[in-house]
Design a protein around this ligand. Structure first.
Ligand code: AMP
Ligand code: ZN
Length: 114
C-alpha cells in the first residue's frame, strides 16, 4: 500500500519547510496557506484522524499543544492570537489521512468557519 503523504514528509521523501521537529512531532509550513502564519503540526506516528485516537496517544497529542505554544511564540503570534484546528472526516474537510493540527494566525480569523 502506498504510504501516506505526511509519512513521506516525515521520512524526507517529500520536501517540506520545517518549522519545528523533535522525536514525537514535526511541524512544517502548509503548502497552501490560509493565513500569514499557517503551519501543520503532526505526530510522527501514523494516526489517521481524531477517530483513531486512544488513551495511548494522550502523550503525543498533549505534546502537540505544547509545541504549538512554542511555535506561536517563535512566529510572533503568541500575543496577537491564533487558532488550532484538526479537521476530521469528509464533513470536517479532512483531505490528508494522517492526523494534523493547523496552526493559523497573523490576521483576524473569522468565526464560524465556512
Ligand atoms: P486538511 O484539509 O485539514 O486535511 O489539511 C491538509 C493540509 O495539508 C492542507 O491545508 C494542504 O494545503 C496541506 N498540504 C497538502 N500537501 C502538502 C505538502 N506537500 N506540504 C505541505 N502542506 C501540504
Ligand atoms: Zn502517515
Amino acid at each position: 500500500m502506498e504510504e501516506c503523504l505526511f509519512c513521506k514528509i516525515i521520512k524526507g521523501e517529500i520536501p517540506s519547510e520545517k518549522v519545528y521537529e523533535d522525536e514525537l512531532v514535526l511541524s512544517f509550513k502548509d503548502i497552501k496557506p490560509e493565513a500569514p502564519v499557517h503551519v501543520l503540526i503532526i505526530p510522527k506516528q501514523h494516526i489517521s484522524s481524531i477517530n483513531d485516537l486512544n488513551e495511548d496517544n494522550a502523550k503525543v497529542i498533549s505534546h502537540v499543544f505544547s509545541v504549538a505554544k512554542i511555535i506561536a511564540k517563535k512566529l510572533n503570534i503568541a500575543e496577537t492570537g491564533y487558532r488550532i484546528v484538526s479537521n476530521c472526516g469528509e464533513d470536517g474537510g479532512q483531505t490528508v489521512s494522517h492526523i494534523h493540527f493547523h496552526l493559523l494566525g497573523g490576521r483576524t480569523l473569522r468565526w464560524p468557519p465556512g
